[in-house]
Design a protein around this ligand. Sequence first.
Ligand code: 5RP
Length: 214
Amino acid sequence: MSKDNEKRLAGEAAIRYVEDGMVVGVGTGSTVAYFIDALARRRDRIAGAVSSSEQSTRLLRERGIEVLDLNAVGELPLYVDGADECDPHKRLIKGGGAALTREKIVAAASKRFVCIIDSGKRVDILGKFPLPVEVIPMARSYVAREIVKRGGRPVWRDGVVTDNGNWILDVHGLSIVDPIGLERDLNQLAGVVTVGLFAQRPADVVLVGDREMA
Ligand code: 5RP
């Protein structure tokens, strides 16, 4: 089956977790776009959505789904988002679409995180996909030097400015055997806004196409 077909199946399968009256947390990316399409078909039965990016906000509004402010809604029952890599413990690399900071906030504020992927995203050890790190622009070189000391090869995603006005370093050459430790370590560097490792708060459910990963 094609990658795109698997993404569509995963996006549509995630609808199983949406209950009437819910405010739904919505991630970012091409797999999530299929979820938004499915969500739009039952927009009259949900209370609205909290969006993780300007891109998803646009898609949600175009499809008639009300976008709510996270500060106004409290804890969310459900967050649905894609990922760039997923290990057997449901720990993820995210941020290929540069939306990692808001994605991490909405995931943290949600009771259940359903991750939707195609089978090509499954890995035993995270790190083949370059790890995105969002940095305050003036800290780019400093953070890059610190990452080099840790064995990574940071590459500036030149020309990309995040929804928060920051920059992205994509870190190549990592084999992430301790994702929680690396997430904590990089998080504490001055100037790092968000690390694209979702290991301290992994997904609760992973849908690979329409199948739930054990
Ligand atoms: C955006 C993300 C996306 O979830 C990730 O890049 C996967 O995207 P896609 O569904 O298009 O493959 O983390 O920041």
